[in-house]
Design a binder for this molecule. Structure first.
Ligand SMILES: [Zn+2]
Ligand SMILES: [Zn+2]
Length: 164
């Protein structure tokens, strides 16, 4: 899906092509950590050829489905990730360049990495997610529990003591 035949670029140094690719991506991780792509992932890409490499630059747009770090409910998060890689086919290349053996670039692994690096460490379903009540374990986004109300205000407690 995210494969591009770059034989034209390899044969024509100095050329640039622009393209848009869109397709599904397999889920990342497992269990509670699992991140899914409910919609096709899209990349707007510009490929430029030099004598020795193809430069790929673009922007990825993806929606991911993951679990909230606070209430653990799944939710959708929209991400935009910059994409920049160099695929070289002659010479030694720089440290973070990727060697291109044939004429087809498979962008998928790098797209996945680029998305991954944009995912916040503690992603919340919403900024004011209330999470769980530490006492009864209820999801406080869904229902109010009585634990808080039952906690007696310390000032009132003093008063209660005096009234006895
Ligand atoms: Zn949440
Ligand atoms: Zn509670």
């Amino acid at each position: 899906m995210f494969q591009v035949d770059v034989s034209f670029l390899k044969d024509n140094p100095g050329e640039t092509i622009k393209l848009q690719l869109e397709g599904p991506l397999p889920p990342l991780g497992e269990g509670d950590e699992k991140i899914e792509f409910p919609f096709p992932v899209r990349i707007d890409l510009e490929l430029t050829s030099t004598q020795e490499a193809v430069l790929a630059q673009g922007t990825i747009q993806a929606t991911i489905r993951l679990n909230c770090a606070r209430c653990l409910e799944p939710f959708h998060l929209q991400l935009e990730a910059p994409f920049e890689e160099v695929y070289y086919y002659t010479g030694k290349g720089e440290e973070d360049w990727i060697f291109l053996a044939g004429k087809v670039i498979d962008l998928e692994p790098e797209i996945t990495k680029a998305i991954f690096s944009e995912i916040p460490m503690k992603a919340l379903c919403r900024e004011d997610c209330r999470g769980f009540c530490p006492a009864c374990g209820r999801n406080l986004n869904e229902e109010e529990c009585r634990c808080r109300q039952n906690k007696v205000d310390p000032r009132l407690a003093v008063l209660e003591e005096l009234l006895k």
